[in-house]
Ligand binder design. Structure first.
Ligand SMILES: *Cc1c(COP(=O)(O)O)cnc(C)c1O
Length: 811
């Protein structure tokens, strides 16, 4: 089925007329976008339907990826690409006199995630469909996404993100597939007819979970999988009980807004409601689907894999137990075997403050039956493990302890697999964070290093580079990312290196034009573009970057005539609204930008841009223009990172600590093609252990750093009285929790090497090329292949006639 330009124009016009009944020439880009989305939905509906039907007919094993967040980015272009009609549609629209890019921009970027975790889930959806794996996403349809960020006087201000304001063309509401979720009330166990105990509920609050499905279109393979997001509503038969607006609001609230916390735990009851809401809805709908097959319960794990993305969906475990015990009358032992075999869990964090735990009372009040089941799981776990382990170790693994329900412990005990997201991270989990569990269940632990989809992050985001790579090595890398290594053959080809430089310059100009338009700042596109884009978090150390900028500023002021490599420092980051320190760092960086950018002595030698409202769409604009990738978290704190991979794939050179997946980036691209600095994780742990770090001594003994730190409190940087003092104190008097001062000298030395190498244009371009050519192993296609083979045991399955993806393991 190939679509010709003429056919497209015809069908698109018809779709438009059917929707709006007026002249296309007078329509808005939003209307054009909506019509195009509708056209695509119809265009791909056969594939969606067929995929479903084949999964059902062949009774293939399916995976359900449960995630509190999905961060898909705009979907129009990637759907066109994956359907194989991007060029056709682009040409057709052009012939019709329409502006394709304007239509693309009309789509609202759905920010249903905070950062890396949600983006990973969406990269996985792309790879799962593109590999032809029967797999579905399960999450929450938040009415409001992550807040929109504005800066007012350099301070972050949060505005609601009403991403549904123009509707959502991609979703299909399926109220016929709605399920009921029970909260609160009392539960008592009553003996049933067969002598077994049955729960009887009284005074529960019942909420309707209504699914909205979105097709996840595979890359040119006729597969369309399903992303199911749940929305909370009042059940029609219970309307009568809701008298006041406040009561009604309480229901809507469940799926009203995404919690804006990233790598931080806030024990709020609404969050627990969200977690149970979407896990219960998802598990109920899976069980209903399974029962259509008529298979016996013992085969459930042969047909269903449930993946728990971080602990937020860990209630999948007691929820499946509840259904099997209470509704399907299985024995505890049977239900437990099935549950464990079905569930697998990814840990995403090392930070203690990000570990979820819920007050016992809260769980008991909100989810009385679920709490009983968790108690029983815990009781049986302890009883069994006491037979083989010391009481100390055994009790450290308890799910319920110190008045809390510990979600990671529940997730580990209730699943057959637990994985970290980079080699170093998994190592730290096994040796430190989760070492008690590693002793008990060594076989459950495994590593699955994160990945990104090269289709969105290279093919779509960087068409210039894609064209060059296609010319040089062909197009196979789109489905066979290890092929990117063939690009290495051009490392000594001057023509290719020149092209690479031209493409980078063009991308920098595009970014500069955006920054001019949005922020009224003029950038020199020949300056070095240095990029740090990620959530604002103390452990990610945007502060270290800021101190380095101040260092440069002072140097220029001291010696305005000295020759220095011009640099543009680009930041993009949102801070959790409740994270005061992170917001103070934003204010500081904005104040530094103000100071530096308006100083005539500085001129174009140094510019600082903090883009507002960082998200997937901005990432797609910034990453192709980046030359330096800042991956400078304190070693041992970043689980993996994925912006490091996206930036490398687009030819940026990485300045990095040996943290998260930076370690593997080093392994693949080689130390000589990046800029490593700072303490390693072992050294950091040694300092923690022997308490021998004293940041104040560094302040007192390092004159260069002393002077930089003083600018925070001596008025050099205007308008940061409070923030400057707080940050200064945290670094100097509160012993600098993330070793910013300790790593400063080595960071600056690495940055000097960056400047030196940048003078040698040929070498720089060679290293850039080697980074691109070494990034194939970080394709999410490989990551997902490993999940599918080693954890989910799902097969690669293509309903259509052909299977295009050929994955060979990267070397
Ligand atoms: C990739 C990505 C992230 C993750 O960035 P890290 O540097 O790995 O933390 C966060 N937000 C967005 C929008 C992304 O695209």
């Amino acid at each position: 089925m190939t679509l010709t330009i003429e056919q497209f124009k015809e069908e698109f016009s018809q779709t438009f007329e059917g929707l709006y009944a007026f002249d296309l020439a007078q329509s808005s880009p939003i209307q054009q976008y909506t019509a195009l989305g509708n056209f695509l939905k119809v265009y791909s509906s056969d594939n969606w339907n067929n995929t479903n039907q084949e999964y059902l007919d062949k009774q293939v094993k399916q995976v359900y990826y449960f995630s509190m967040e999905f961060l898909p980015g705009r979907m129009l272009k990637s759907n066109l690409l994956n359907l194989g009609i991007l060029d056709t549609v682009r040409s057709g629209l052009k012939e019709m006199g329409l502006d394709f890019e304007e239509i693309v921009q009309a789509e609202v970027d759905p920010a249903l995630g905070n950062g890396g975790l949600g983006r990973l889930a969406s990269c996985f959806m792309d790879s799962i469909a593109s590999l032809g794996i029967p797999g579905n996403g399960n999450g929450i349809r938040y009415r409001y996404g992550l807040f929109q960020q504005k800066f007012v006087d350099g301070y972050q201000v949060e505005l609601p993100e009403n991403w549904l304001r123009n509707g959502n063309v991609w979703e299909v509401r399926k109220e016929n597939k709605a399920v009921l979720i029970r909260f609160g009330g009392q539960v008592s166990l009553v003996k049933g007819a067969a002598g077994n105990l049955k729960p009887v509920y009284t005074q529960t609050q019942n909420i309707l979970a209504v699914p909205y499905d979105t097709g996840m279109i595979g890359y040119q393979n006729e597969v369309v999988n399903n992303l199911r997001l749940w929305s909370a509503e009042i059940p029609p038969e219970e309307e009568i009980h809701y008298h006041t607006i406040a009561e009604r609001e309480q229901v809507n609230q469940i799926t009203e807004v995404l919690y804006p916390d990233d790598s931080n735990y806030e024990g709020q009851v609404l969050r627990l409601r969200q977690e149970y809401f979407f896990t219960s809805a998802g598990i109920q709908s899976i069980v209903r689907y399974y029962k259509q097959s008529g298979l016996a319960w013992q085969h459930f794990p042969d047909k269903i894999a449930v993946h728990i993305n971080d602990t937020h969906p860990a209630l999948c475990i007691p929820e499946l137990m509840r259904i099997l015990l209470d509704e399907e009358n299985l024995s505890w032992e049977q239900a437990w075997e099935i549950t464990k075999k079905t569930m697998s869990y990814t840990n995403h964090t090392i930070l203690q403050e990000a570990m979820e735990k819920w007050p016992v009372q809260m769980v008991q009040d909100l989810l009385p039956r679920i709490y009983q089941i968790i108690e029983e799981i815990n009781h049986r776990h302890i009883e069994k493990k006491l037979l083989s382990y010391t009481p100390e170790l055994t009790y450290r693994t308890a799910i319920i302890a110190d008045g809390y329900v510990k979600m990671a412990n529940l997730a580990i005990i209730g699943s057959h697999s637990i994985n970290g997201v980079a080699q170093l991270h998994t190592e730290i989990l096994m040796q430190d964070t989760l070492k008690d569990f590693y002793q008990m269940y060594p076989a459950k632990f495994n590593n699955k290093t994160n990945g990104i989809t090269q289709r969105r992050w290279l093919h779509l985001a960087n068409e210039g580079l894609t064209k060059l790579i296609d010319e040089k090595i062909g197009t196979a890398w789109k489905t066979s990312p290890s092929e990117l290594k063939l690009f290495k053959a051009f490392v000594n080809d001057p023509a290719t290196l020149d092209r690479l430089a031209e493409i980078k310059l063009a991308n920098k100009k595009t970014l500069a034009a955006y920054i001019k338009q949005e922020f009224h700042m003029k950038l020199d596109p020949t300056a070095l573009f240095d990029v740090q884009i990620k959530r604002l978090h103390a452990y990610k150390r945007q502060l270290l970057n800021a101190l380095h900028i101040l260092d440069r500023y002072l140097q220029i002021k001291d010696d305005p005539e000295a020759v220095i490599q011009p640099r543009v420092f680009i930041f993009g980051a949102k801070a959790a609204p409740s994270y005061v320190y992170a917001k103070q760092i934003i204010k500081l960086i904005n104040a530094i930008a103000d100071l530096v950018n308006h100083d005539p002595v500085v001129g174009d030698k140094l510019k600082v841009v903090f883009v507002e409202n960082y998200g997937v769409s901005l990432a797609e604009l910034i990453i192709p223009a980046a030359e330096v990738s800042e991956q400078i978290s304190l070693a041992g704190k970043e689980a993996s990172g994925t912006s490091n991979m996206k930036l490398m794939l687009n030819g940026a050179l990485t300045v990095a600590t040996l943290d998260g997946a930076n370690v593997e980036i080093r392994d693949f691209v080689g130390e000589e093609n990046m800029f490593l600095f700072g303490l390693n994780d072992q050294e950091v742990y040694a300092f923690y252990e022997n308490g021998s770090y004293h940041s104040r001594e560094i302040y007192e003994n390092n004159p260069r750093l002393h002077r930089i730190l003083d600018t925070l409190i001596d008025g050099t940087i205007p308008n940061i009285e409070t923030e400057g003092r707080v940050i200064f104190d945290s670094l100097v008097y509160y012993n600098d929790e993330y070793f910013v001062l300790k790593d400063f000298d080595s960071y600056v030395a690495a940055q000097e090497k960056v400047d030196q190498l940048y003078q040698d244009v040929g070498s720089w371009n060679q290293k850039s090329l080697l980074n691109i050519a070494s990034s194939g192993p970080f394709s999410a296609d490989f990551t997902i292949k490993r999940y599918a083979e080693e954890i989910w045991k799902t097969s690669f399955f293509t309903p259509g006639a052909y299977q295009k993806i050929h994955l060979t393991e990267p070397i």
